[in-house]
Design a protein around this ligand. Structure first.
Ligand SMILES: [Zn+2]
Length: 87
């Protein structure tokens, strides 16, 4: 038995797959921003939206104005929740 079907299910770790997913979602968003959005989404999952907004005020303000990024964050939150049912 040499199957590694659990390799992409490390809790608390944003898999590189996620970045590829963002790229597919919206190719015009710059790569470094995916990482910030991923961190923001992880903070929402672990601490709630209020804490995420407190910790990343600039990003929070941007999300208020930018529906594209909001969709990315929401998708990522849903993706992390699926991966971590205890969320
Ligand atoms: Zn944006």
């Amino acid at each position: 038995m040499q199957e590694y079907d659990r390799r992409n299910h490390e809790p608390g770790d944003v898999a590189p797959d996620l970045l590829t997913r963002f790229a597919a979602l919206d190719g015009k968003i710059e790569a470094h921003r995916y990482e910030r959005l991923a961190v923001y989404a992880e903070t929402i999952v672990s601490s709630g939206r209020d804490k995420a907004a407190e910790r990343f005020p600039e990003l929070s303000a941007h999300l208020d104005a930018c529906s594209d990024c909001r969709v990315v964050v929401d998708e990522t939150v849903a993706f992390i929740m699926e991966a971590e049912p205890s969320g």
